[in-house]
Design a protein around this ligand. Structure first.
Ligand code: ATP
Length: 255
């Protein structure tokens, strides 16, 4: 384990929402009990860029997302946000350091109202006025959250729930967002809304790691691409260079 304690990432202005942050992952090994899921993953995301992380089912995409967010431990390797180690750091401290993870399945509280979901997310920032500003920011980005604020999150449509997930993530001005399969199960029109939300994040200067099943959509949106294959990097390069042969080879029948 490298230098950081579970509640701390180190000194600096992380979490202040300045510019996007660079993420560096080196030789990352993650197991679930005796089942190994990542076998020495190397991956790097340039500050302010969008990286698409693609791969077939079971390739290790979500495991990578959960590991960098501090939700599951890594047995070996390096995870650094702007040069500061996140390895062994607790999820709330990772969030404070400026990395927001939107898990597959949205990561919202279905039994709470929209406004309470936003309040929960805002708890990671300083004082009351900052929390208020965080909630206002989410509503400004996604006005639907304002008009539905008293509604239970579970009663929102799938697309609205993703807006809530993204609104929660962006409200506290992260420097990097890892979005795990946000378009999963959504109708095409709602997928457009998700990408519009991500485009808003990008225009705020936020670095984005996009774990996606919609391969072509992700490649069009991203600057760079890393394709995982059985817990390792199969291919990495500029998104524009992930041609049909590469996609066919690593992703087979993906759309
Ligand atoms: P998908 O696109 O289907 O979500 P993925 O690329 O995100 O796939 P992961 O969910 O990271 O893949 O899974 C990587 C490997 O780890 C798979 O072999 C999976 O079965 C295994 N795995 C994932 N979660 C667990 C868990 N909680 N316990 C045990 N094994 C797990």
């Amino acid at each position: 384990m490298s230098g950081s304690s579970p509640d701390e990432v180190g000194q600096g202005d992380a979490g202040q929402g300045a510019a996007g942050a660079a993420l560096e992952v080196k030789d990352l090994h993650v197991s679930y009990g005796s089942a190994k899921a990542l076998f020495g993953l190397d991956l790097s995301v340039r500050a302010g860029s969008v990286l698409a992380v693609l791969g077939p089912n079971g390739a290790g995409k979500s495991t990578f997302g959960r590991a960098v967010a501090g939700l599951i431990p890594a047995q070996e390797g390096v995870v650094e946000l702007d040069g500061r180690s996140l390895r062994g750091v607790a999820p709330h401290a990772v969030r404070r350091a400026g990395l927001a993870y939107i898990p597959e399945g949205r990561g919202i509280f279905p039994g709470l109202s929209v406004i309470d979901n936003l309040r929960m997310a805002a708890r990671v920032v300083g004082d009351r006025s900052e929390r208020r500003a965080a909630i206002d920011r989410a509503v400004a980005l996604f006005p639907i959250l304002g008009s539905r604020q008293k509604q239970l999150a579970s009663s929102l449509s799938g697309g609205e729930q993703q807006m809530l997930a993204l609104g929660r993530a962006l409200s506290t001005r992260p420097r990097l967002v890892v979005a795990d399969e946000m378009s999963l199960g959504l109708a095409p029109l709602l997928v457009n809304d998700v990408f519009a939300g991500l485009a808003a994040a990008r225009s705020m200067g936020i670095t984005i790691v996009l774990i996606e099943q919609f391969v072509h959509r992700a490649l069009t949106f991203a600057d760079d691409c890393t394709i995982l294959s059985r817990g390792r990097v199969g291919w990495a390069g500029p998104a524009g260079e992930a041609g049909p042969e590469v996609i066919e080879h690593y992703l087979g029948g993906s759309e």
